[in-house]
Structures are given as structure tokens and as C-alpha cells.
Ligand binder design. Sequence first.
Ligand code: 3EB
Length: 332
Amino acid sequence: MTPFTILYCDAASADAWLNDDRLLALLHFGSPTASPTDPRICAVPLPELGGATAEVWLGAQPARTGVLDGVHYADNGAVLFLHLRLDESAPDALRSLTVAAYQRLFAAARALGYPHPLRIWNYFPAINQEVDGLERYRAFCVGRHAALGAEQVELETRLPAASAIGTCEPGLRLYALAAREPGWQIENPRQVSAFHYPVRYGPQSPSFSRAILKHWGERDDHLYISGTASVVGHASQHLDPMAQLDETLLNLEALIAQANQRTSAPLHPALLRVYVRPNLDPVLARARIARAFGSDTPLLFLRADICRRELLIEIEGLATSVTTHHRRNHAP
Ligand code: 3EB
């Protein structure tokens, strides 16, 4: 059985979910309000661009919630949602702060009985800013690699899927999905694995997998798709935002096809989150994505900074093999 499902909703219905004891996570986008005390609520401070404003993780069973060493969590026996926010004392301390954040996240996940983070989201401000000659995203990558190594994560075969996104709000924010057993790491045949990027992209290559496939039961697979952009091989492609989007869609299709080699039923995108820089028109992008994956695919658009300066769009999401979905064939 699928231990949880994910859906998008508007702000009004989002709060109604708080009355449901199966709720694992309520991700609030937009400008952050008062610090939420309910451990299931996690603020993601990125402006949303119309449509859904919240994401709901709904479990199959009632959830237990709590806070452990500053890590907020909810779990239901099969999956754990956890998040934390750390203040940055100084802009040049991001590397060591990242190490500290990962240590606390992993320690909490282990203590709660879910030692395998499947998917980690990373948010922090000024992601493209250089401090002491090193871009902050690259400093983050150094810290993350050190932390994952210290946790003895198999650095090429057991890497969590991830996104690393620039916000306009202070603080390093991490949230994650963890499980009792690991998933399968999936790499993209069109792309060099991020952990093998050459040194020109930073002193330490980014430690993430392109996706994690989790087999929750017979014909019940989840593919947690990392942030995917217009990168072929290891190089960014295209200056035009719509050309970047088309390349990104090809990457997503290739990644899902790769994962399908390990599933008994084909995967389809269940929902997609689209991060765009200001110069990209979400209306045009929406139409293009609908053409690729069907107009019934839920989309959530957020204004954000992407971790390479030249990248204008990045798409992440969940693909599922739920066979009750009847989908028409989409024209290419
Ligand atoms: C890329 O393909 C685009 O460092 O966690 C995408 C997803 C990207 C996750 C990360 C970076 C990360 O390299 C950037």
C-alpha cells in the first residue's frame, strides 16, 4: 500500500487539512507568516505564480508528530516527513551550517527509525552570490558532501534525490522524506551524474541522484524526481527560456523511461513543481508542459533562483505507477 499521496491545493483548503490526523505535511508557499508551531507545517518562502499555493502529503494512517532537537517531524509507521530551519550567522558560514543541518536531519531520522532519506529539499538565500571567491551554492555542495560522507551514505549509489533552490528569505531550510528501507537510485542517460560533474562547476560535485524509485508495493511505485533543468551531459543548454523548458521536458521523459525499466507498470507524472526565474512566462510554460505530459497534470509554479546563473527553469516532481489513472496518449 502507498503510505502517502501528494496533492496541490489552495490556501483555504490547505488549512482544512490540519484537522485530518493522517496529514503528514503541509507545505506553504509564498511569503512566510508567523513561525508555525504545528510540526506538519513547513514554510517554503518562494512567491507562487497563480494556481495552487500549498502541497499536502496525506498518509494512509494517522500520523504521530513532534519536534526532536529542532527538527519538526510527522510519521505514520512507513514514512517520515521532517524539516528544520537554521539561521545564518554570517554569509560565509553556509558550508559549516549545511554540515550542521544535515547532521541534525540525519540524527533525527535515524532516532525515529527512518534511516534512509529518499528526497531532500534545500532552500537558502543568495544562492548565486560569491562569497570569498566561492558561489554560495558551491559552498553548500562542499558542506553537503562532507555531511553525507560523515553519515556513511554510499556517495554514488545511495544518494537522495534533491533540489537546491535560492530564496529571498533568510535561513537555511531543509525538508525531507525518509523511509525505513532505501529506494533505488535512478540516473539520467542524457546527463552526466551530478556527483561526476567536472571541477569547473565547483570544488565538490553536487551530491544528489536524479531520482529515487521507491517500490511501496505491487504495482505501487513512487519516483521522486530531483530538480531537473536544461543540462545535457554536464553543460547547460540554450539561452532561450522556452528552449530550456523543452530540453528539461526531454530530460524528464528520459529519466522516467529509465525508471520504467525497474517498474511493472509505467510511471506518469502525478504532479510537477516548476521553479522559474522572472524572465520566464508561466502561461507559455504551462501550455508547453501540458502538451508534453497532459493538461490534467497538476502544476505548481514558483518564482525562484536556480543554482546555475544561466538556468532559467527547473522542474521536480512525483511520478507514480498508479494504474487507476487512465490517461490519453499525448502528442509529442
Ligand atoms: C543540475 O542538473 C541542476 O544540488 O541538490 C538540480 C537538482 C540541481 C538538485 C542540488 C542541483 C541540485 O545540476 C541543478
